[in-house]
Ligand binder design. Structure first.
Ligand code: ZN
Length: 312
């Protein structure tokens, strides 16, 4: 395990969509700018869904435009369909992710779409992207959500994950990622599914892991991913979002704890951890009463903690 690990901050999207409070746009900008300032190189700033469904994310286009002004930052956004993808391209997103729920029941109930219908959207998006000049063409990830289990279906077979991963690429996605939307993953499963998916889609087309900490296995699952060569992980500052069914459990893996683990293992994230810890104050002030999670921020950095040096 050496080299650079990419941490993709998804709090402004995954965290904020999971809570009722609406963070003011200016506070979101301050959050995004502060995290970029701490060295975070990729941020998913929102989702291009209709405002009546997720009013918390209604300002995504404005945030994409703002985040693009921050030097060196990859600006990512979630898109549920072609309409969302068109809006994301218009706003100038560098990367778009379309989620495909491996569980067909979840896909029908949450997105009101079958697998075939979602794959039709992927084809339409890919076709549109191909018509764009290279400079305006975002990277297009197909995100396999509920890839480790589903609250509606229970276990999700590996074969189904592999089949849909292949289908996403065949439909025109550039890369495929695995998401533990529901906190069902364990380290053995992570090792197995990542390894097998990469065999099927190819090393270069595996995007990374999106892990939740619903049952406390988030960092253990990250470690399992590292062991099989994963270099990109999603996480959210303060584990924002939580889980309504698991009081005390954070939503996504907590960015601060993830950075602490990686840096103390000697892995380079490019992130200045003391500066990252300061970003919590920005989020806290904008979301009064909303719990923020994380052990490292509570405990503080251990005496003699050394940041991994860039390029080490
Ligand atoms: Zn998620």
């Amino acid at each position: 395990m050496t080299g650079r690990i990419v941490i993709s901050e998804v709090g402004p999207r995954d965290g904020l969509q999971s809570i009722a409070a609406i963070m003011p746009t200016e506070a979101k900008k301050a959050w995004i700018a502060a995290e970029a300032g701490a060295g975070v190189r990729e941020i998913e700033v929102g989702s291009f869904v209709p405002a009546r469904i997720l009013p918390q994310l209604a300002d995504t286009a404005e945030l994409v435009a703002f985040a693009r002004s921050l030097p060196g930052l990859t600006v990512a956004a979630l898109v549920p369909n072609l309409k969302g993808a068109l809006a994301a391209v218009e706003a100038g997103a560098h990367k778009i992710t379309l989620p495909l729920s491996v569980s067909e029941t979840h896909s029908q109930k949450n997105l009101r779409r079958s697998h075939a219908e979602v794959l039709d959207e992927v084809r339409a998006i890919a076709e549109h992207l191909r018509s764009l000049p290279a400079a305006r063409r975002p990277r297009f990830e197909g995100g396999l959500s509920t890839a480790f289990g589903c609250t509606l279906e229970g276990p999700v077979p590996t074969a189904q994950v592999l089949r849909l991963g292949e289908a996403l690429l065949a439909a025109g996605a550039d890369e495929v990622g695995l998401a533990d939307t529901t906190g069902y993953a364990n380290p053995t499963m992570v090792r197995e599914r990542v390894t097998r998916l990469r065999e099927v889609v190819g090393e270069d087309c595996f995007a990374g892991l999106h892990l939740h900490n619903t049952r406390g296995l988030g960092l253990a699952n990250v470690l399992a991913g590292l062991e099989v060569g994963v270099t990109t992980f999603d996480s959210s500052l303060g584990g924002l979002g939580g889980c309504p069914f698991a009081p005390g459990a954070s939503g996504n893996v907590v960015t601060e704890d993830l950075v602490f683990m990686l840096q103390s293992m000697g892995l380079d994230t490019g992130i200045d951890l003391p500066r990252l810890l300061e970003v919590r104050a920005v989020v806290k002030a904008a979301l009064p009463g909303e719990p923020l999670y994380g052990f490292t921020p509570e405990a503080g950095l251990p005496l003699g903690f050394k940041q991994a040096e860039a390029g080490s």
